[in-house]
Design a protein around this ligand. Structure first.
Ligand SMILES: Nc1ncnc2c1ncn2[C@@H]1O[C@H](COP(=O)(O)OP(=O)(O)O)[C@@H](O)[C@H]1O
Ligand SMILES: [Mg+2]
Length: 286
């Protein structure tokens, strides 16, 4: 669990994070959402210690990052996995060497122990037998999976992902989201994902923090979003008319007013056609 308490962060005279407090839960995918420039990346960088906060506390399972000495920070860093925007693989290294990199940096395992672990995580992200390929030889989705494999190779307690779906098509994005979600549950990781991808919000948004101009405006789950009456949040999530309609439909469904499992033909046969079309349809010709 990561507890964020009253975090403030400015650059020069511009305050970026404004008194942000939240709890990132263990074994869950915790999402930080918000429009571009709302402070998601700055918040994540504060959490991993890449930026120093101006004030506030960040507790990793009770231990305050803000008060840690350099030695303790180093220890903590080894428990943190990071998936960078754009994967950030080393182009000159094979998949295997990319994934092995943290093991070379932080362990003194034997070559065969390292290889066994690399193969384990590559298999977990469904990239068996790609060891000898170079990043340029694999697809964007595969590169992300290599990035995930590298992020979890040291078996982290905390996993940070900044826009893991950037540059991916919706279907591949879903695969990546589900993979991160599964790994989070399997290994009981506290996972924090920055995203502005609405599919991710709906699919894996177990605990969502909505940032607006550096302030936490809302928090809740993907289910809560369906029923939320928060104007700014709704404008952000349901940006299109289509999505607003979809939200209305989902609300009716949740309330039991619509049963999506019912066969459409049956509904029409039951005389539901008038409900769907409306009797006063101006386009209807008698
Ligand atoms: N290193 C920095 N120095 C100065 N300003 C920064 C720095 N990093 C981010 N910012 C500013 O902080 C604000 C939030 O940025 P960011 O966290 O990257 O937004 P998001 O990730 O939500 O798109 C932006 O106005 C950005 O210009
Ligand atoms: Mg960002």
């Amino acid at each position: 669990m990561i507890e964020i308490k009253n975090v403030n962060k400015s650059f020069g005279d511009k305050q970026i994070l404004k008194d942000v407090s939240a709890v990132m839960q263990t074994g869950k995918t915790n999402l930080i959402i918000g429009t571009s420039g709302s402070g998601k990346t700055v918040l994540q960088k504060c959490l991993v210690g890449l930026f120093e906060v101006d004030s506030g506390d960040i507790l990793f399972d009770g231990k305050n990052l803000v008060e840690m000495r350099e030695e303790e920070r180093k220890e903590l860093r080894q428990q943190i996995g990071m998936l960078f925007q754009g994967s950030a693989l080393f182009d000159s290294m094979t998949v295997e060497r990319n994934v092995r990199f943290p093991l070379d940096m932080f362990t003194n395992w034997s070559a065969s122990e390292k290889l066994a672990r690399v193969n384990d995580v590559l298999e977990r992200v469904n990239l068996k037998d790609t060891n000898k390929k170079f990043p340029a030889e694999i697809s964007g989705g595969m590169m992300k999976r290599v990035g995930i494999a590298r992020a979890i190779v040291l078996n982290p307690k905390y996993l940070f992902c900044d826009e893991p779906n950037s540059g991916l098509d919706p279907q591949t994005s879903m695969v990546i989201d589900k993979l991160i979600h599964e790994i989070t549950i399997e290994n009981n990781i506290t996972t924090i994902i920055n995203t502005h991808d609405m599919n991710s919000v709906m699919e894996i948004g177990e605990n969502i923090l909505y940032l607006y101009q550096g302030k936490k405006e809302w928090e809740g789950s993907n289910k809560d979003i369906i029923f939320s009456k928060h104007d700014k949040l709704n404008e952000f999530i349901f940006a299109s008319e289509f999505l607003r309609d979809a939200k209305d439909m989902r609300m009716l469904e949740e309330k039991g007013l619509i049963d999506n499992d019912r066969n459409m033909d049956q509904i029409l046969k039951d005389g539901g056609a008038s409900l769907l079309v409306g009797d006063d349809d101006p386009d209807k010709k008698d």
